[in-house]
Design a binder for this molecule. Structure first.
Ligand SMILES: C[S@@+](CC[C@H](N)C(=O)[O-])C[C@H]1O[C@@H](n2cnc3c(N)ncnc32)[C@H](O)[C@@H]1O
Length: 256
């Protein structure tokens, strides 16, 4: 900022005006540089090199925050695990904050757009082979990076998962461990089917079991996202039950 400009600002708006002008300049700089807080560290960088997935690095801050502030005696749920990147990230922050609460993930690995079967485009691989590859990759990734704190992965669509959750069903998880579903959820990462009906149901189902003060992170919900999940977030925020914790750039909400 030029001295002549500083003088002009002080003349017109006093010291308060100068402070506002400096803050505005800083904000513009920050906006140009990066639009969200990124807490990637060495581990996350190495993990993300090797573990395929769809990571928006702003999610790291939201996941870290939610786990650090998890309501007492509540558990963690993830909808949509794919190759296990977010799963391994969640176990990393659990470890970092010495959070011992159980962690449940659900996925059927039935991908949108793969229903027609056959080969993927002009390749030699079929959708079935692709699915098998992703599931094996998930298993290897999670066994490698979360060996000390394995999640309970339930091979179900989220609708089935939450139904079983409500009935406190006992089941065998993806890794062969017997586990009883149910209880209060303290943090849910919603990253399954992003179309309106599914995302809305994932929210409603989570809401049924979410503890007071619990968190929901909606993937792909940023203001520049085209996914219908954004409409769900808008609706939720219009109600009185949830407040915005942060938009980084995806929405992290807290139940009041
Ligand atoms: C965007 S990927 C998840 C990416 C993952 N969270 C990561 O960080 O890499 C979406 C996943 O959601 C799963 N999925 C789609 N519809 C689902 C549903 N109704 N219930 C549970 N999972 C679903 C898909 O099989 C896919 O693995």
């Amino acid at each position: 900022m030029k001295i002549s400009n500083v003088r002009k600002i002080i003349k017109e708006g006093g010291l308060k005006g100068l402070k506002i002008a400096i803050l505005e300049k800083l904000l513009i700089k920050l906006k140009k540089k990066k639009e969200f807080i990124d807490i990637s560290d060495t581990y996350i960088n190495w993990l993300a090199f090797a573990n395929a997935g769809m990571l928006n690095r702003g999610n790291l801050f939201c996941i870290d925050f939610s786990i650090k502030n998890l309501p007492k005696d509540s558990v963690i749920v993830e909808v949509g695990s794919f190759c296990g990147l977010s799963t391994n990230i969640i176990t990393y922050y659990k470890r970092k904050h010495s959070v011992k609460t159980p962690f449940f993930t659900c996925d059927r690995w039935e991908f949108e757009g793969a229903e027609k079967g056959g080969r993927i485009s002009d390749s030699s691989i079929t959708y079935e082979e692709y699915r098998d590859f992703v599931m094996k990759t998930f298993e290897r990734n999670v066994k490698t990076f979360s060996e000390d704190d394995m999640p309970h992965t339930i091979e179900m669509f989220s609708d089935e998962f939450f139904e079983a959750w409500g009935k406190s069903k006992e089941c065998v998880d993806f890794f062969g461990k017997r586990v009883r579903l149910g209880g209060e959820i303290g943090f849910c990462f919603i990253d399954g089917n992003h179309t309106y009906d599914y995302a809305r149901r994932d929210f409603e189902n989570t809401d049924r079991f979410l503890a007071k003060g619990g968190y929901i992170l909606f993937d792909d919900s940023s203001d520049d996202s085209d996914w219908e999940v954004c409409k769900v977030v808008e609706e939720v925020l219009r109600g009185a039950k949830y407040e915005l914790v942060v938009k980084n750039p995806n929405y992290l909400l807290k139940k009041k």
